[in-house]
Design a protein around this ligand. Sequence first.
Ligand code: AMP
Length: 403
Amino acid sequence: MAHSRQVLIFNTGSSSLKFAVVDPGSGEASLSGIADSLGGPEPALEWKIRDNEEQIQLSTGANHGDAIRVLVEEILAGLPELHGQLVAVGHRVVHGGEEFADSALIDSQVIEAIEKCAHLAPLHNPAALAGIRAAKQAFPELPQVAVFDTAFHQTLPQHAFLYALPYQLYREHKIRRYGMHGTSHKFVSERAAALLQRPLSKTNTITAHLGNGASITAVKGGVSVDTSMGMTPLEGLVMGSRCGDIDPGVLVHLGDALEYSPEALNQVLNRESGLLGISELSNDCRELEQAATDGHRGALLALEIFCYRLAKYVAAYTLPLRRVHGLVFTGGIGENSSWIRARTMHWLGAISYELDSQQNEQMRYGAEGLISRAGTPPALVIPTNEEWVIARDAARLVEGRGT
Ligand code: AMP
């Protein structure tokens, strides 16, 4: 029966495993949880069924496979109603390189292709592969599907995805913009078209996914035509602890004059920059807003740089779209921070955006709707739901097998 189909979703990090059981029809998650600190001295597994939360300690050094075994034996075994309803396992995979423009049913060729892209996401892709292997062992009867963060952006034209580097670096090493957060940008751009009551194929949106990682995408008629993250998730907007755009000459200077090693560069650009680096206080937007309200100048400056950079990108992305039907804020910050939205809209006043302050204050904790004044360019808040996209894609591909 269509209503009883469920997809088990895995989002595997290097030392964590998020999981959920999601109905591809409604997006509702009947189970969700996370195994954390895997490989460490005190790994733990927390989960939520409906509104009941539970937690257990895993044995020291437990890995992804151990966590999945506990999920099967301790959690899923207690949910007999799910048996027979699970139709697929969907895996979030960060980098699909140029190999994948859509999600894929996992077979040995797909695994090989994911391995081939691993140099582009050395922390993430091997973790996803570990999750896929463990899930195959635990659920040998279920088809597995890979959903790639990069796939939605494979429609970028060459003039948007190529760096102005020697072409040979692209030809031989595939150095180019790939973009990330594709499942989120896809989901909110589709939802925006529905909310604006327009056909997707005739709707142009600029979607700003603002979480700990942040990226912005120009979506023309449902198709990604430009995006701010690059070959890695470091380019573009200011993020929690990542710098986003900087002059590449700075890297040369840091390496040459200040003798930063590649590891030290990686550390400073990924973990010590962004909101944290500027504020010298925190990578957490909520904390910075509180500090800024209390007069912390670093916090105020960090938030302002974040908003200015974001507004610059919005203005730039009107170019490939020509007509923008909706600007969408999503992610933990986009969905909840009226501060960030208000300051960004302030900068965007230059291109006719106007904030409805009352509406803006009301949009948080899962609320959805317009924050712009009537008669001005529409700006919306739309909560993202990446798990739903993964569940829908997995169900679609499984059905398409013609079984
Ligand atoms: P995410 O990575 O999507 O979970 O987003 C995490 C970011 O969202 C953090 O910087 C949080 O501080 C921010 N965030 C979550 N809730 C709020 C809130 N109510 N106000 C401001 N920022 C928030």
